[in-house]
Ligand binder design. Sequence first.
Ligand SMILES: Cc1ncc(C[n+]2csc(CCOP(=O)(O)OP(=O)(O)O)c2C)c(N)n1
Ligand code: SF4
Length: 293
Amino acid sequence: MRNEIPLEENLNSGHLACPGCGGSLSMRLALKALGKKTYLVLTACCWSIIDGPFPYSAVKLPLMHTAFETAGSASSGVRAALDILGKKDITVMAWAGDGGTFDIGIQALSGAAERNEDFIYSCYDNEAYMNTGIQRSSGTPWGAWTTTTPESKGEQKKKMMEIMAAHRIPYAATLSPAYPEDFIRKYKKAKSIKGTKFMHILSPCPPGWKTSSEQSMKLSRMAVESGVFPLYEVENGTKYTLNYPSADFKIKPINEYVSMQGRFRHLNKEQIKFMQENVTSEWQRLLRKLKYA
Ligand SMILES: Cc1ncc(C[n+]2csc(CCOP(=O)(O)OP(=O)(O)O)c2C)c(N)n1
Ligand code: SF4
């Protein structure tokens, strides 16, 4: 099989992520796909730390740190400035966590998407506000322990892909660092499309998920194979394409995925059954959309 992963590295070694951080591997893959002509807009999140203190930067590309809630508006401004300078060949990529996307940045992101601003928005979703000590976000799954849901989170995860698809942006996709070829292909595709592109990346976080570092890739794969985080694309809000698992794949039970993570340790059999029912019904909904959209 031909290796489709570019050798080019735009992320230095020696960055400040925890071992096993899905967010750092995801950035590495995204920058391999996008190449040198990329301008990064980074909101407050773990990546503000991972990148390192000024004058150091883990990223070999121009990068602007901006306020937590502004990825959508700041990226729109950077795009406009580059266009005025005639630098239309530079890709602008916003990079934010689930807290910065699902919650605090959603207004600026929705505004930019409605205007169909020409940039790639990447949300690396570690399912909580990790940088400030594991607080729940609207991307945290039902049942998860966080410091602000010490019993168990009682609300379901927000369906961010559906919200973005409802804006009818040209491209939205789910990605996993455990599927690097699919990951690279999607970023290259996003780069080739004009308008707003939304990339939703499930990014394991060992301290926040209470897992060991070496389990991150296994967990990423299990999230996909169990249907917790299927990999798919939505074009113009209507055309759905499923990548992994395939529609005829019998999704694996979530038990192993859940039991490997300390954040779900308190759940009893009934609660895991409830989670399973939700995952199964969401998977079936996705299959119906594929068929009828
Ligand atoms: C307006 C504002 N409120 C709060 C903060 C503090 N803060 C910085 S990072 C962060 C958490 C970010 O969470 P998320 O976007 O999920 O990224 P992660 O830390 O998980 O990588 C918070 C609350 C801030 N910088 N600005
Ligand atoms: S806390 Fe989680 S998201 Fe943040 S650097 Fe560590 S592993 Fe990555």
